[in-house]
Each structure stands twice: as C-alpha cells, then as structure tokens.
Write a protein that binds this ligand. Sequence first.
Ligand code: PMP
Length: 481
Amino acid sequence: MAVTEPAPAVASATQPTVAHEGILRRQSLRESAARTYARSLPIVPVRARGLTIEGADGRRYLDCLSGAGTLALGHNHPVVLEAIKKVIDSGAPLHVLDLATPVKDAFTTELFATLPRELADNARVQFCGPAGTDAVEAALKLVRTATGRSGLLAFTGAYHGMTSGALDASGGAPDVRVTRLPYPYDYRCPFGTGGEQGAELSARWTANLLDDPKGGVPQPAGMILEPVQGEGGVIPAPDAWFRGMREITAARDIPLIVDEVQTGVGRTGAFWAVEHSGTVPDVMVMSKAIGGSLPLAVIVYRSELDAWRPGAHAGTFRGNQLAMAAGAATLAFVRENGLSQRAGALGERMLGQLRQLTAGHPVIGDVRGRGLMIGVELVDPERAPSGGPADGPLPAAPALAAAVQQECLRRGLIVEVGGRHSAVVRLLPPLTLTDEQADAVLDRLADALAAAERSSFRDEHRRPGPPRQEQHHQEPTGTPC
Ligand code: PMP
C-alpha cells in the first residue's frame, strides 16, 4: 500500500504550537471530567475539508472518526455548504419549532424517497430534539403509548444514547423494564459456537423466552435493535438473524424499532442498513448523517402507531432549518451518486486488506464490518482464553488499542476506539473516501499497529512479575458518542 497523502506537516513556527497548547491546557482546566475524545485526541481542529482536518499547530490528519459517523460526505462538502448558504441568503427563519417551512417540506420529501417503500407509503415522521438519544426516547415513548405496555427488549452490547431511557436500553445499565437478549457476536459468541449456529441459538433463546409463560418477560412494548452495533464493537447482525427478529416480533405483535443512528445514509453499503436483510421495521430512529453535519434527529414509523396526543413529544430545537437543508443535500448527494454502493465495495476491499494483516499480527483477533463501518478487535495472544473453551477467543487488549490510537495520531490518522472491552480500533471514514485515501489510511494504520505492538512487546519484557497483569485492570478508554 503506497502512502499517497502528504505526510503530516509538523508546525514550523512556534506561534501556532503555543496557541494549540494554550487552548488544550485551558480546555483541561475548564471542561468537565466527562470529556471523552478530547482526552485521547489532543488536537485543536481549525480547518477541515473532506477527509482532512488541520490542527492549530499546523499538523494535518486523515479523519476516520467523521464526527462519530456523522459526516457522510466528510468535512465541509461543497453541496452541504451551498445548501446552508442558500438558506441563510434567502432570509428564511432559522428557528421555527415544529412549524411547516419549504425547507422542512423538501427535507421530508427527500427523506421519504430514501425509505423502504413499504414503510414510506404508510409512514409518519416526528422531528425530535436534535440528538440521536432524543429520537431513541421518542421511539420508546411511541411504542409504549401505542401498545399500552412498558417492557422493552434490548440487546447485549447495545448503545442507544445517554438520556435515561436510551441508557436503560443500552448494554451498560440495567433497568427492570428492559429484558436483555443475546446479540449474535460471532467472535465472542455467547453460546460458544459462533457462525450461523450462534445466531440461530440467539434467535431461539429470544422466541423461547417470549413464549414461556414463566419466563419472567411479560408482553413488551417493543424491541430495539442496531443492524450493526457500532459502539458495541462494530458487530454486523447476520441478515437471516435480523429477519428472524422481524418474524419473532411480528408474530407476537411487538413493534420493532431499528436504531439507524450510526448505520444510516449509506454507511453500511445500503442507504439504510435494514435493506441488507429486506426487513421493514415499525419504527426507524435516525440522526447523525441525516443532518449533513448539523444536529437533527427524527423517528419514522408506521402510521398505525401514531397514537400520540398533541404535545406528547416535543422539544424546542426540532426545527433546525440549516440542519434540514444540509441534511436534504446530503441525502440527495448520497442517493444520486450511488455512495452506498461505493461504501459497500470500498469497505469490502478495506476489510480484505486488513484481514491480510492478521497473518503477521497475532494481536489482531478479528477484522469485521459492513461498508465503511470497520472494526479491528485487538487481543492478547500471550494469555489464555478467559473462562471459555481452550480454543475460544483470546482476552481483549484495551491498552494496546489505546496505544494504536496514539500511534495513528502520531502518523496523522484519527481513529476511534470502542467495543465492549474498549479493544476495537474503529474506522468510520466519509463515504467520499477515494481509493488512494483508503490506501493511505490502511498504510498508516498498519504502521501504527506494528509500532504499538513492538513497544508493548518491549514493555512486556522489561516488566518484572506476571505478564500483562495491568490489562485486566485497565480502565475502559472507548468513547461512546
Ligand atoms: N444510537 C446509536 C446506534 C448511536 O451510535 C448513537 C451515538 N453514537 C446514539 C444512538 C446516540 O446518539 P447521540 O449521541 O446523538 O445522542
């Protein structure tokens, strides 16, 4: 793989470096302890275009974080900027609560044109507060109102947001109304089998639990599901299993909510990830890329579920005109330029190249993904599999993943770290990524991986006592967005 991008430029003047350091220092003094990316990515972006971010210190980075998957077209794409300028120049109001406007009308038409036909023909849209988590809350409230039930089915490793209902539906926090079901995680299969059999057992577990009168799960209000778990470690659900969840829920009159916040707008190789399995959900949750880099979140749902009373779900910032204009331009650009197909094909190629790396790097436990949602799970080859069968997956290596992220940054590449054990190096590049840029990204990643591996090996052999003890006590470094 040839490096075709310019090497990151090191600041020549001292002035920008001083400004950069001052800003970072003030941030660490003034911002909350809950800050996340700011800790692992100490950069100060001042300019950005496409895949590239330039820092206040003059360094340039290839951005494969893309605002946690928000920037489908990369930074400051001309069609997005043009759409924003057009609204500003027209004198249109920028804030209108949920009033009708031509901008909103155009966005809704464009959004409906992208939806699975069966849903679009009979759908309602609710504009929510501007974050993905607001739309998740709306979806949960909608199905609870429509069914008159309160329980929820959600999955291990799920991530749906940071507000209370969304957090309850996520894998980290237990809620008495949430029943946790096994997501088919092939590499660390909860049933120890992996493959089709693991997915089949997960589906059987779900159906059986719902049908067992003493299973402790009363008829729930809905099931919420990510087609590819993003924060959970880039885990694509097998299509057959996804269809199985649709059949199980449909047969039991349980609304199926699909969370497409991260997978939507071409990211996985289809405009919406539900298209891979041909599944038509009852509710779709959308945010991130639908706002074309500005905050916007909606749910779209079957009109039969529209049992809300006026005001049942509201929010001051659900009428962001600039986000709707930027979003409509993004949706149209992705659709007209076949960027979903492009993401699918390029993602396949990148996955193939990453899989070739596994031969020389025993620390790569698994390479997986769908489209341009790619994950490399790092493991510790010097430790025995924990708990499971002797030939089971090796323990996760979060410290190594954090080191790879830092080595990437040194080489001018921004990557995400996530997954259940914070040991998955994640790539979420824009869908406009060129072949040359993809090669440059993989080249830098391969180089960073080799460097991190070398230094962890060196540390290992310098340290007295049992090997890699600290990895068991490592604080998770992954960043749910
Ligand atoms: N759902 C999914 C699948 C997500 O990936 C995220 C964010 N990473 C959310 C919901 C929450 O979105 P937000 O951070 O905008 O609230």
